[in-house]
Design a binder for this molecule. Sequence first.
Ligand SMILES: [Zn+2]
Length: 167
Amino acid sequence: MPPHLPEFVDPLEFADKRRRLVGELPLAMFDRIQEFLSEKRGSVRIELEFGKDGRWSVVTGRVEGDLALQCQLCMEPLNLQVQLKVSLGVVGSLDEADRLPGAYEPLVFGGGVPMRLLDLVQDELVLAIPPIPQHSDCGSAVRAEPRQESKHRENPFAVLAQLKNND
Ligand SMILES: [Zn+2]
């Protein structure tokens, strides 16, 4: 863990202290996304603010990074720019999550044992990765070209037809 980021966070305590975490976490540390990565170097930038919104403890900020995934159609690298907006409300249970203001996603934290900062960020990252990563134009690029070619061929015939009409 980089020295300026804590390994564990207590979201309630951090919110009381209005703590702000800024730094980078190496991609290699996120065990749940390793299977999707074709390139494991690089890091994820985080900017998280713990604070209060009314009676709620909240975590807001950003998670950003460039992930090198693998296209599941052509197996070539696929770059995914991740720019996530974090907006979490700390709840003790999922029942309580129903009462969260609309802007927040629930972060279930029972209190007591602090959670790993890595897990907090990883839960967000996992959501950003599509279930089957693929290039948006993969497979369709080959088929698109012949269509343009046939359009060009129409012109000579049109000219011929005009010449015949002039006879
Ligand atoms: Zn592809």
